[in-house]
Design a binder for this molecule. Structure first.
Ligand code: 5GP
Ligand code: MN
Length: 334
């Protein structure tokens, strides 16, 4: 377990702090995924068991997808902009910097008397009073699972189910290179505690909307293979989204379709949001796409990263094409 140099605490110490606190807000990043919401809800379930007031915040009030909505406690999620009163302790999970939690949650954070970060992203600087960031952890949910043990709670069905959802999604269903023995050991504990792998897999991966399937067709239509087929790039236009009545979460799996192509080492997917372009990178080999995403002001993990460009789609595509090709050629030289 190699925590970052920005880490200034331990999970034991975070547990001690939380045990002494009441009125705790737990926030994740914008466009939340399974690890984000899973971590938030698992921690909330643990704190509620301890009789604490714990509020789970949504960074924005965009709709979240069906798998996330099926998790125990998901009905308790509150959009940050609707939070009536500030909270004493602000816990930020799975979100490495303040920009990732959006403006509304950043205000809640600024009003809190103590801030805590629990995350598995590498960060350039420490953001919170107490910061625990472990890039070796496959998922933030794994850290919350350990934290729950330090809190001394019964790691029950709700905690196990939410934590398992985070682990399952951030390891790409136990397929990515972050899937190690620690992942399986924790997954085993979670299943022992009541998490149902088949039910969770069905809730997350067998409920695709029709729009997401239709978007996949558009994605494949727009796809281009770069650098002798070592990279795949595609995009979804604002018009595609509007005409199919699609929402953000309908696009989530598209980049994985591109990556799954034989010979492709790096996949890039852009989505035009009208005023900005959201981008996702995925790597199938050792190419570090987090570094690529940082070139555009974004970030993430070696194998999965994202960014936002404030440019028209055409210009964004040109820039991404260039950066991806350079990265793939660089890697080939090594
Ligand atoms: P996705 O492509 O699914 O949006 O993001 C992949 C991963 O990259 C996420 O798990 C998150 O860690 C990271 N990520 C995505 N977008 C951003 C961004 O704009 N900034 C940073 N720092 N990380 C991002
Ligand atoms: Mn995560």
């Amino acid at each position: 377990m190699a925590v970052t140099p920005q880490t200034n605490t331990t999970l034991e110490e975070i547990a001690e702090t939380l045990l002494k606190s009441d009125d705790i807000c737990i926030c994740g990043h914008v466009s939340p995924d399974g690890d984000c919401i899973g971590s938030q809800l698992a921690l909330r379930a643990a704190l509620v068991q301890l009789g604490k007031r714990a509020t789970v915040l949504l960074a924005s009030d965009d709709p979240i997808d069906a798998g996330l909505r099926s998790l125990p406690g998901a009905d308790q999620l509150v959009p940050a902009k609707d939070l009536a009163a500030p909270c004493a302790v602000f816990v930020q999970v799975d979100a490495p910097d303040v920009r990732r939690i959006g403006e509304d949650a950043a205000k809640v954070r600024a009003a809190a008397s103590k801030t805590i970060t629990i995350d598995h992203h590498a960060v350039p600087e420490r953001q919170s009073d107490l910061s625990y960031t472990d890039p070796d952890a496959a998922a933030t949910a794994l850290l919350i699972w350990r934290l729950a043990a330090h809190l001394g709670v019964d790691r029950d069905y709700a905690i196990a189910t939410c934590a398992y959802a985070g682990l399952m999604t951030d390891t790409g269903r136990f397929q990515h290179s972050n899937t190690d023995a620690a992942v399986f050991r924790a997954a085993c504990e979670m299943v022992d505690a009541g998490a149902d792998p088949a039910a969770l897999a069905a809730a997350f991966f067998q409920q695709r909307t029709l729009a997401s399937i239709q978007l996949e067709a558009r994605c494949i239509e727009h796809m281009e293979l770069l650098c002798d087929g070592q990279a795949a790039l595609s995009y979804i236009t604002f018009e595609d989204m509007a005409s199919l009545g699609a929402v953000k979460s309908d696009c989530e799996q598209l980049v994985d379709v591109l990556r799954s192509i034989k010979g492709v080492r790096v996949a890039a997917m852009l989505r035009d949001e009208g005023t900005q372009v959201r981008g996702s990178f995925r790597a199938k080999d050792t190419t570090d796409v987090a570094t690529l995403a940082r070139r555009f002001g974004g970030g993430g993990h070696r194998a999965a990263a994202g960014f936002t460009l404030h440019e028209p789609l055409e210009r964004a595509l040109r820039q991404v094409r260039k950066v991806v090709c350079a990265a793939v050629s660089d890697e080939a030289l090594r």
